[in-house]
Design a protein around this ligand. Structure first.
Ligand SMILES: [Zn+2]
Length: 204
C-alpha cells in the first residue's frame, strides 16, 4: 500500500468514472494508477510510479469543478467512516532561515515537529539563500498549527502557503474559511503562537 493516496472532493460529490477522467487530466501520471471507491465519498488511488505519487501529494492545490480536491497519504489507521478532512499536505516556508541552519538534516527536524515531510525544495540561489526553503508536510489542521520554531536561541517563523484559498466550510477553492459567507463553524487551521523547539548542536 505504498504510493497510495486518499482523495475526497470537498463540498461536492463526484462519481467514479468522472473522477478517474478528471485526475488523469489533472495529474497527467506517467505510470498507471488504480482507483478504488471507499465509503463516504472517499477514494483511494494507488500509483505504480513513485514520482506520480509525490507529484500528486505536493503538486496541488487540485481543483475539480471549482472545488478543492483533498489529497493525503494513505495510512494504516485511515478509516472512511470517521475520517475528517483535517489531515492535509501543505507547503510551508521558513522565511529568512539563517544560513548556518541551512541543512537538510535540520529542515527535516523542523518538518518532523510540524508534521511528516513529504518533499523538500531547497532554493539554490545563493544570494537569497533560505528565502524559498519550502517543505511539503502532512499536518492535522484540527491541531493548532505551529507558527514558530525555536532553533537554539533563534525564533524561526513558519508560513503556511497553500491554505490561503481553501474554504473548509463550503469546499470551494476561491476563498479562505474566514471569508466564507456560508456556514460558520470552528475554524480549522488557525495559526496561533504555538511553538515547536528544535535543539541543534553547533556545527550542523
Ligand atoms: Zn466557503
Amino acid at each position: 500500500m505504498s504510493r497510495t493516496v486518499i482523495v475526497k472532493l470537498l463540498g461536492s460529490k463526484i462519481g467514479f468514472n468522472a473522477l478517474s477522467k478528471k485526475i488523469t487530466l489533472l495529474w497527467k501520471p506517467k505510470g498507471s494508477f488504480q482507483l478504488m471507491d471507499l465509503d463516504n465519498e472517499f477514494y483511494l488511488v494507488q500509483f505504480d510510479d513513485t514520482d506520480d505519487y509525490k507529484n500528486v501529494l505536493t503538486g496541488g492545490p487540485w481543483v475539480v469543478y471549482g472545488n478543492y480536491l483533498t489529497v493525503r497519504p494513505w495510512s494504516l489507521d485511515f478509516s472512511s467512516t470517521n475520517a475528517d478532512m483535517s489531515i492535509q499536505v501543505v507547503w510551508i516556508r521558513l522565511p529568512g532561515l539563517l544560513e548556518g541552519f541551512y541543512s537538510k538534516v535540520l529542515l527535516r527536524a523542523i518538518g518532523q515537529i510540524i508534521g511528516p515531510v513529504i518533499k523538500l525544495n531547497i532554493n539554490t540561489n545563493l544570494e537569497r539563500k533560505g528565502q524559498f526553503t519550502r517543505l511539503a508536510v502532512c499536518v492535522d489542521l484540527q491541531k493548532l498549527l505551529i507558527s514558530k520554531v525555536r532553533i537554539n536561541d533563534q525564533l524561526q517563523r513558519v508560513e503556511y502557503e497553500s491554505l490561503r484559498n481553501v474554504c473548509f466550510q463550503c469546499g470551494l477553492y476561491s476563498h479562505s474559511s474566514e471569508g466564507c459567507i456560508g456556514t460558520k463553524g470552528p475554524q480549522p487551521g488557525k495559526e496561533n503562537e504555538s511553538l515547536g523547539i528544535v535543539g541543534v548542536s553547533s556545527g550542523i
